[in-house]
Design a protein around this ligand. Sequence first.
Ligand code: F6P
Length: 327
Amino acid sequence: MEGIQRIGVYTSGGDAPGMNACVRAVVRTAYAHDIEVVGIRRGYEGMIDSDFVEMTPRSVSNILQKGGTVLKSARSDRFRTPEGRAVAAENLTEMGINALVAIGGDGSMRGATLLNQEHGISVVGCPGTIDNDLYGTDETIGYDTAMNTAIENIDRIRDTADAHNRLFLIEVMGRDAGFIALNCGIGGGAELVLIPENQSDLKEVKKQIFGLMSSHARSSIVVVAEGDQLGGAQRIADALKNDPKFDFIDLRVCILGHTQRGGSPTARDRVLASRFGVAAVEALIEGHTNVMVGLIGGEIKMTPMKNVWSRSKSIDYELINLTKMLS
Ligand code: F6P
């Protein structure tokens, strides 16, 4: 690499609590090495629209503890085309940006790879998504906060469920992955957990729920990942409601949805995000490109960007057995 002129930093895809801590760390680390940083608003959309903002160590004061992302985020259809990416690359060059730190999920990493391959811009990624479904890191920015938010809500629902002896189907986020559901299921004491990685059979699920409610004569909580193969909590609830065998069950659905994306990041997410931000800038300075920094076995490691979006991270199947044993 010819040397870094200016670093561009952006957040892209679904926002995640802790992204601001990462932006702050990128800016402050770069300035500590006398490198300027430009913030790119709204991810790849902003790159195409030249939505740039100068960032300084002082401009990132007081954002560490804030949820959302001060740089805003977007999912960009225009960037999916080579023409869109060419405009983005031209705009970056005009701003003197020849290195990027991308903070986001698999789509963001894929976009960064394309910029590198097609236009030679150095890129390093920081994993940021509440879903935790990124290969190359044990944990992503926002995952811990999202889990804590979900568990806090599950606890609250448990109180009211118990008061009325109700069955609650609680849907948590996770379009393609069950990390949040599985771990919140364990942490929230769910009687049953349904995740996308596991074959869900409606007949079997109904049998389990029937067993739970008829033998317990008390409340039960089923945690359902948004991307569960049966189509989510509402679909399952509808199937139960349409079956007279379940008439004896008082059933409610609660979809936690985007509540899990907001809020102040936990201490764990703040530290993780800060470590990633520092590591990403240091990686660029050392001449690395097309890699994502991640936490593997407690240490910061780099993984080729291509592996991040072409491989999938497996859930811990042992945890499924754990949910069964503990319910
Ligand atoms: O960020 C990941 C995620 O929260 C998924 O769990 C969810 O399916 C999706 O984003 C929702 O995206 P949007 O906010 O664009 O509806």
